[in-house]
Structure formats: C-alpha cells, structure tokens
Design a protein around this ligand. Structure first.
Ligand code: GLY
Ligand code: MN
Ligand code: MN
Length: 448
C-alpha cells in the first residue's frame, strides 16, 4: 500500500478521465482485480494484479473492483477494496483500506468490498452501457448478471437497467497500446535490468553449467533490482533451444552447445522480453555462426521497418524474406525465393511470428490489424522483434552439421516520432559482440 505500484497518481487519474470520456456520460466501466490462485493446498502463487486495474489505479491488492461512472455527481471513480483488519494484516501484510485507498490512489470514493452486492446495482441503474471484460472471470461474470437482474426486477418501479454490453478492451486496449513518457521510462528500466541479467548469465556460462544455474544468475539480478520474471525464463542448451516454450531448464550445457536464453524482467508491472543465443565455450562453430549471422540480418531487416507510417506486418515480411534467402544460400531450402515464401516452406525452420506488442503484459494488448489490414506503426507503440531459426535434432532432411541448432534474437523497440529506439540495444547481440563480451568477462576474471 502507500504508493501506486507503477506510474504516478496523476497518470492514473488522467487515464481514468480519458477512459470515461471515451465511454461516454451514460456508461459504467467495471474493472475487477485479479484473483488469488492456489499453488498447492493452502499456499498461493505470487499475486499479480490485473494489468487493466494496474493501469487505471496502480492498486496492488486482490479483492478489489474499480467502477467508473462518468458524470456522477457523488464521485466518478469508485474503488471497492478490503477493509483494514489488524489480525489478517498480521499474517498477510498491510492493506490500504477504503480510506487509505482514497488518499493513496486518488479515487473519488472507496467502499468495503463486502458492500459490493448492495452498492453496485444502484450504480448500474440509469446507465445505458456497461463496459466490462466478459468471459475473463466466469465467477465475476455471474455476479454482474446477478446485479443486472436486480436492477431489471425493479423496472416496474421505474428503474432503468443498462441494455448495451460492450467489450472494455475496445477502449482500454487502444489506450494501453500507446505508452506515455512515464511508461517508457519504466520499460527502459525493465530493459536495463534484463540486460544486466543476460550479461550475468553470459558471464557465468561455461561447459558443464546447468540450465537452472543460468536461470538462477538471471533471476538473482531481477530480484536484486526489485523486479520479477515477466514470464517463465527459458534457458535451453543445445537442441532444447528448438523448443519454443521450453521451461524445464533442467539439462546441462556441454562444450560446443549454444544456449538460448529468453528472459525478461517485470518492473513496476512493465515487461521486458529479451532473447540471446550464445556459445557456452565462448566461440561459435562455423555452422552456429552462419545461422546466427542470418538471424541477426533478419532482425536488422525487420528493424529497418520500425518507424511511423509503416505497416506492423512489414517487419515480419522483411524477416521472412531475409531468412528464406539465407536458408536457400546455405542449402537448407531449395528452389525459388518467392515460391518458398508463398508456400510457407521457411516455416519448417521458422514457426513463429517476428514479434508482439509489449507493455504491462508480455504479449500486450492492442489490435494488430484494423479493418482487415495490418495497422500502421505510430509513436508510443512498443513491440519485440524476435526472428529465429530452429533446425530439429532429428531432421534427417538436412545435413547433420545443422541439426539441433536453435537460435533466436529478440529486442524491444519503441516507435518514436522519427523512427525507433531499441530499449535493449546495450546488450551484445551479433556473434562478434557476444564473443567479445564473453572473452572480455573471462579476461576480467583472470585478472582478478
Ligand atoms: N518470451 C515470450 C516471447 O518471446 O514471446
Ligand atoms: Mn517475445
Ligand atoms: Mn521472449
């Protein structure tokens, strides 16, 4: 409690006002908190607030609901939250309580969450439209239907129940897609912490180290800087790098292996998402190097498309073209470039898309296409560029020298007024940069 988890009180207030303007005078917006989830018996997963509620309030606690009621004279932003309870707080930590919430989070009014059932039907009454995320939390959906039915039951006494139900994401996802200066600062911080974490893992790498030990190096740095993993860290040595969402992180890295690390910090709610692939020995083999150079070229081709006015999809198309050209050059594909692209032959080695929006969620909200067309990039959008190549260990259709190599290079990019800024540029990326970084850190170790 005390201070909002991210951003400033003023930015949250500005966002609530903007959302209410967009929703209109006759609307009500309802945003519940994330629910606590049991991990095992009576222990819980670490709590993570719902991203929409974070964005609009910074409020960190479970059992809360934000209601925005534009134009309401007795307060437009109402938060329902847990009451203070010295006994429970002695076990679980401090709570803001309704009074504290008004003070610390700048809402107009706050009530105990236990009063929600009594108060919410009255807030719905007289509003025509309800903005809410239907289908995200089945239990809350049912509660909302119950409150609506309570208002409907009063129609003969003159009550006016809402009759339009709209997806909150239509308004809110569009707002969240464009990051303001404060958000970009937090995202740069998340990127900087993640860079330091990847550097620690590269420094620690040597033949015989396990994937979980490398994960420990990364996550130590996250916690050292008040961050947590934004998603399950992926540390894949050798052919494990070809498993896109590899998560067991249990194997040992052998001399000659590449290690693929896809890990990012979440700082004040904002995610970074970085992938680097490096040799545990410190030197790439000729084949590893050829594929790494190719993925690096594909990333550069995609990055060259990152500026306002260019279609989001152009980055993926540029990466696919570069990868396919390279695969033909290396003899991993045969035939003509266009045909390999239109027939999707490259998908044998490149199965995923080249990126995604990044923000409070690692795969952040926002439409990729508008009216059936790829949307154009605009300043304030942040996304990843993450081409890769994955040659299956049992792909007998390719020369054995290529088998079991998996490579991805992923950076985080913010679109600016005149181009872009790579938030993760300070981390060694090309094969030369990586070899130099590892060599320098080993020389430094010896000097000590
Ligand atoms: N780490 C998840 C992703 O790269 O999309
Ligand atoms: Mn990603
Ligand atoms: Mn990633």
């Amino acid at each position: 409690m005390g201070t909002p988890l991210h951003g400033s009180l003023a930015s949250c207030q500005r966002r609530r006002r903007q959302l209410m303007r967009m929703a209109g005078e006759d609307a009500i917006v309802i945003v519940p908190s994330a629910t606590e989830r049991v991990r095992s018996r009576d222990t819980y997963f670490p709590y993570r607030q719902d991203s929409d509620l974070l964005y609009l309030t910074g409020f960190p606690e479970p059992d809360a609901v934000l209601a925005l009621i534009p134009g309401r004279t007795h307060g437009e932003a109402i938060l329902f939250c847990r009451e203070r309870d010295p006994e429970r707080e002695g076990w679980d930590g401090p709570r803001a309580g309704p009074e504290g919430a008004v003070e610390a989070f700048g809402v107009d009014d706050a009530y105990p969450i236990t009063d929600l059932d009594d108060i919410l039907p009255g807030l719905l009454e007289g509003r025509t439209r309800v903005y809410y995320h239907f289908g995200r939390d089945a239990e809350f959906d049912l509660k909302l239907i119950g409150w609506l039915n309570r208002v409907r039951a009063q129609v003969r006494s003159g009550a006016q129940p809402p009759h339009e139900f709209l997806e909150l994401g239509h308004l809110l996802d569009e707002m969240r897609l464009f990051k303001d200066a404060g958000e970009l600062k937090l995202m740069q911080r998340a990127a900087d912490i993640s860079i330091a974490a990847h550097q620690a893992a590269m420094r620690a790498a040597r033949p015989g180290i396990t994937e979980y030990q490398l994960q420990a190096e990364l996550e130590y740095v996250f916690r050292l800087h008040d961050a947590v993993p934004a998603y399950g860290s992926i540390v894949g040595a050798g052919a494990n790098a070809c498993v896109l969402h590899y998560h067991s992180n249990a194997a040992t890295a052998r001399d000659g292996d590449l290690v693929l690390i896809d890990a990012g910090a979440e700082y004040r709610g904002y995610a970074a998402d970085i992938t680097r692939t490096f040799p545990v020995s410190g030197r790439f083999s000729a084949e590893q190097r050829a594929l790494h150079d190719l993925v690096c070229d594909a990333q550069a081709a995609a990055l060259a498309q990152a500026r306002p006015g260019i279609a989001y999809e152009a980055g993926h198309e540029a990466a696919v073209t570069t990868l396919t050209e390279g695969l033909l050059r290396l003899g991993l594909l045969k035939g003509r470039l266009e045909k390999n692209i239109t027939d999707g032959k490259y998908k044998r080695f490149y199965r995923h898309k080249t990126g995604h929006w990044l923000g409070l969620d690692v795969h952040d909200v926002g439409d990729y296409r508008l009216d059936g067309e790829s949307r154009l990039l605009e300043p304030g959008m942040v996304f990843t560029i993450e081409p890769g190549l994955y040659i299956g260990a049992d792909d007998t259709g390719v020369d054995p020298k290529w088998r079991g190599i998996g490579i991805r290079i992923e950076d985080d990019v913010a679109v600016t007024r005149d181009g872009h800024r790579v938030l993760t540029r300070a981390l060694a990326r090309s094969a030369e940069e990586i070899e130099e970084f590892i060599a320098a850190s080993r020389a430094g170790e010896q000097a000590r």
